[in-house]
Write a protein that binds this ligand. Structure first.
Ligand SMILES: *Cc1c(COP(=O)(O)O)cnc(C)c1O
Length: 395
């Protein structure tokens, strides 16, 4: 599960440079190339920057993606600066007026409009710029999805009451608001859930695209774009597994054939970058408490909140370190379950619970896999004021 270059790097880093995030940019580029190759050429692949917005990651993806989805004024300025050559789609609920103005200043290519209020505000701001081209928008809709379609969804954001997107009936009622305004309705956007496998993703994509085609037909509109969102599943319990891009690509090809006038777009985040990063640290202490083994690691969930946020045991590899310089016996767990915790003074600072290990000793290194997305950037860095990790981007 750990790539050779990351393993080599992990072996050379001095202990004082731990913890560290280590990213394998070559592996990332190869993965993105495979994903792109599995998709029909007509499907546009956007990367949802919130999964991991590090400039090195954005740049490594650039040759393989058509654009980036950004969800705040901060992200859009950052991503525009890192990869100015590619288009941006600006989504997210609760866009402040200043953010919309910034997006207009930066000539963001697509706005994903999330409400009627946002549509009216954007139309007014566009009117203030009569010299600019009309603003290209997609309406984000919260479509109902059939029972079972979102079966295993980890995080459903649509298909039920939610702050995201427009109720489909409201979306329909928004259409008259566009008349005579400097907004150009290009199509429909939906991001209904995270953690869907390829079959569930395809069911959602078909639902969204068919609904958009119905809307276009009812109102005599040319809706040339349908963005069916991200949320491709990854499985933290099976770090070798990958989302089935081949099946998804084949299904999208069939969908595209049914809708020849529509450009389909997808915007995965996690499934693109999660596999390219490792959180590398070492065992500071190891003890047995009331019959159970606990390894206390340098760092913790303030650097990698993922297992706390998702309530899972984060997958890891033990990298044994031979030497032991102290005069007392080296604390160790042998052939038993161990709980891996961090340095924070809270029982919530747990990265993996009661996971069987052959051997784990003070001074051994531990590499947590699947740390390339929603890891550092979702964590509460300042809690307890421990030092920040290092960041290493291997190319
Ligand atoms: C978060 C998000 C994505 C990416 O989701 P992943 O689960 O990381 O693939 C895509 N689109 C929107 C609108 C999002 O909010």
């Amino acid at each position: 599960m750990i790539t050779p270059s990351v393993a080599a790097h992990a072996g050379h880093l001095p202990a004082d440079d731990l913890p560290a995030y280590v990213y394998d940019l070559a592996a990332l580029a190869e993965h993105a190339r495979e994903v792109r190759a599995a998709l029909p050429a007509s499907v546009e692949l956007y990367y949802a920057a919130k999964a991991n917005p590090a400039p090195q990651i954005l740049k490594a993806l650039a040759p393989h993606v058509s654009g980036y989805e950004v969800s705040s004024g901060g992200e859009l300025a950052h991503v525009r600066d890192a990869v100015p050559e590619l288009p941006l789609a600006f989504g997210g609920p609760g866009k402040a007026e200043a953010e919309l103005r910034r997006a207009l200043d930066l000539r963001v290519e697509r706005f994903h409009v999330e409400s009627e209020n946002e549509l009216r505000l954007l139309a007014d701001l566009a009117d203030e710029r009569p010299g600019d081209d009309p603003v290209d928008i997609l309406l984000r809709v919260n479509l109902p999805v059939g029972d079972g379609e979102l079966g295993g969804a980890a995080l459903a954001m649509g298909g039920r009451p939610s702050p995201f997107g427009l109720d489909p009936r409201r979306a329909e009622e928004c259409l008259p608001l566009l008349r005579g305004r400097r907004l150009r309705l290009r199509g429909i956007h939906a991001h209904l859930a995270s953690g869907l496998d390829a079959a569930a993703q395809l069911a959602v994509a078909a639902r969204v695209t068919d609904w958009a085609a119905g809307l276009a037909a009812r109102h005599g509109l040319a809706l040339g774009e349908v963005n069916v969102g991200g949320g491709m599943a990854v499985d933290y319990a099976r770090p070798h597994a990958r989302f089935d891009w081949a099946a998804y690509g084949a299904g999208l090809a069939e969908l595209a054939a049914r809708h020849p006038d529509v450009t389909l777009r997808i915007e995965p985040g996690r499934a693109l970058t999660v596999h390219c990063g490792w959180y590398l640290t070492e065992v500071l202490d190891l003890k047995h408490s009331h019959g159970e083994a606990f390894a206390v690691l340098r760092g913790g969930t303030h650097h990698m909140r993922t297992p706390a946020a998702k309530q899972h045991d984060h997958p890891f590899t033990v990298l044994p370190v031979g030497e032991w310089a102290r005069p007392w016996p080296r604390p160790a767990a042998l052939d038993e379950p161990v709980t891996l915790s961090g340095q924070l003074c809270t029982p919530k600072d747990t990265l993996a619970s009661r996971v069987p290990v052959a051997e784990l000793r003070v001074g051994d290194r531990v590499a947590f896999a699947m740390a390339g997305a929603y890891a550092w950037n979702i964590s509460h860095h300042d809690f307890l004021m421990h030092p920040a990790p290092g960041f290493h981007f291997l190319s």
